[in-house]
Design a protein around this ligand. Sequence first.
Ligand code: ATP
Ligand code: MG
Length: 409
Amino acid sequence: MKYEAFIIKYAEIGVKGKNRHIFEDALVQRIQHALDPVGEFRVTCIAGRLYVEARREFVYEEAIAALTCVFGVLGICPAVTIPRREHRLPDINALGEAAIRYFSEIYGPDCAKTFKVTCRRVDKSYPLDSMEVGAALGEKLLDALPSLRVDVHHPEILFHVELREQVNLFSEEIPGPGGLPTGTAGKAMLLLSGGIDSPVAGYQIARRGAQLEAVYFHAPPYTSDRAKQKVVDLAELVARFSGPIRLHIVNFTATQLAIYEKCPRDELTIIMRRCMMHIAEELALANGCIGLITGESIGQVASQTMQSLMVTDEAVHSLPVYRPLIAHDKQDIITISERIGTYETSILPYEDCCTIFVAKHPVTHPRLDIIMRHEKAIAGELDELMREAIAQEEVVTVTDSRAEGYAPL
Ligand code: ATP
Ligand code: MG
């Protein structure tokens, strides 16, 4: 017996009242899509239980890898399911045989672990109640597989038996990423650099159901094609979870040089960041995004002190800026990036446009009025340069092979 089905646990979307079916439909669609390259599966949601059933042979590990990238999935339980025959659930003897087969094939006939049977009887017409089913199956398992032992308090194997529209047998749960299905929130523009933080920030907002677009500012020839490719690679890693990302690549060299030449050196970074936010907002508004996302975190660097963040924020006029890492320590962010698989790429040592002209001692407590005064002196030129940068943007759609053909909801 190999697993031919999975029960998908989903938490939050279960409590969304009238909108629940929207979230369930979205989750079904996202799971179906994620599994398309793995094999032929039927994904259904029956009375609040989400089932994935294989129609053909498939590689188990590939199915798990795909399912663990679907936001909204809280847990994946590989399961054995037994359908009704002539509308009837199997009797206790048939259940016993199925349970014995499950244990001997999943854990081996000589398995010496402790176990407990837990039964949920949703179909109240079943002749035995859940306690009786649990006790009867426990006894049958002990008789057939004598090296098993019962431990009702801390069992190594918690064997679930569900009597519902069908019988579900399962004992393992593989954690999913949680969150909400992609596309159930809105679309947001991620400022994606080649660092550790911004891919994690994008992942976290996408995990709440948002669809992503991204913008990357590069400064050729000061930043290389390798640095740009690294950002495309990072977008692809995030796209495994979020679905395809339209990545806007903006040439920032002229804007940066103008600031470098005409503004005080220690204000370069903060003014540059304001320009980035301004361009990102323009692109967001032109592309149906209803928020910006950055990887900023209080105090991480000079441009992320609370004073700097206040000055940066002022450059954005009509959209919220989501900063999911704002209160995270660097180590927490690294841990997440390792878990989602972006860390190794993020630490490749390619130059970033922010670091190229950076002053030795950038302002850490910028004053908005002073920054705005210096900015105003070159406002006309900056506006023109930013307009040109936007007009000349390059757009690529970055997609993980598994995300191809990802349909919008
Ligand atoms: P990251 O690790 O993501 O690069 P960081 O800690 O290096 O972030 P900064 O360089 O100050 O911090 O950038 C803060 C945020 O600004 C980044 O998280 C990202 O959202 C955005 N950002 C910085 N540089 C770029 C860039 N070249 N293109 C697009 N966004 C950028
Ligand atoms: Mg950076």
